[in-house]
Design a protein around this ligand. Sequence first.
Ligand SMILES: [Zn+2]
Length: 437
Amino acid sequence: MKFISAGFFTLLLFTTIFSQQRPPSESAMSRLLRYVKIDTQSAEDQPAPPSTKKQLELAKLLAKELNDMGVQNVRISEWGIVYGMVTGNLADNSKVPTIGFIAHMDTSPAVSGANVNVNIVKNYQGGDIVLPNDKTQIILAAKNPDLKNLIGDDIITADGTTLLGSDDKAGCAEILTMIDTLKQNPGIKHGNIAVAFTPDEEVGGGIDKFDIEGWGAKFAYTVDGEQLGDISNETWSARTATVTFHGVSTHPGTAKGIMVNSMYAAGDFLAQFPLVKIRPETTEGRVGFVHPYVGSLDIETSSVKILIRDFDLSGVAAKEKLLKQIVARTQRKFPQVKINYDSKLGYLNMKEVLKNYPQLTDYAIEAAKRAGVTASLRPIRGGTDGSNLTARGLPTPNLYTGGHNFHGKLEFNSRKGLEKSTDTLVNLVQIWAEKGK
Ligand SMILES: [Zn+2]
């Protein structure tokens, strides 16, 4: 038997004392199971948020739960955004910046979120998970490498006919459970904490109505990421290009020498894309792409819209240059068609701002470590509500929720995923209180 030093016992004693944190009055898992029962699917192309009134049902419930826990200044805005403020318990709360946490209430329009029937695989022992009400829906161990880290955990899925809605009701549950834990443990020191729950993240637009000033956070985190450890401080820098082809329309019976059919130029333009190596279907990781995603054809006017995505602005510029070369080549081939190129900024990589505030991710990584989670920074091949907020002056990286397979019937989370994500949030507000800036 190995010699065990007195130091080890001291460590053990400390660990025991610190782990005697009182549990929350309700676990994050229990909250999640209640929230997913409320259908909050958002809808595309609605004039104003919330795009679906049913999201307000969850908004009202979350506002009530915040009020019940004594959270200050709880309100639901005319756009369906829930705001609240947890007052700090420091001698001087103004010494620590107010930190915000945001989760979204809606679920993706891609798959139904109505009548979610939760399936819990208790004490998971490895292997594939066949979903009970549609046996063709199988969470394959081979395609979900994180499953091997969840042996012994309780896995939470839907029944195969809907999504689960862990994206992002897990984030909602974890933020509420963090507040609950702080309330049960007044010994945990923290500054002011702003919380918010937003509608319409999946369809865009909800965050445009976010009242940054009224909310009061100096820095924030979206709690909307995936597996334990994934923290993101990088998103695409995004532009959208529109290429328009102008021809001349006339009656086909008398068109000789007059008609200029813009469709041929548009078709030729598109036909050059398979030669472009940087497309969504050929890239991953840090490599950006150009992506024609919608268009219209007509004799007189045709148009193609193209997404331009890269993590670096220089990469975006290089892709615009490439598109303009394709336009020029097409123009030479079809001199009678007038081709216009136009592009608009969508959002900026949040890293452009977050690089000035490295403590946001440093503290999050430390908070993960204290929760027993090894964190790493993973760039998101998309945008988040945090991209919008960061661009508007509120630096907002993204934290994990323990979720997997978002927007589909194979979505899942786990008891440990929810608990460790919640612990990370509790640790994070303590670290901000310790460091003070
Ligand atoms: Zn989400």
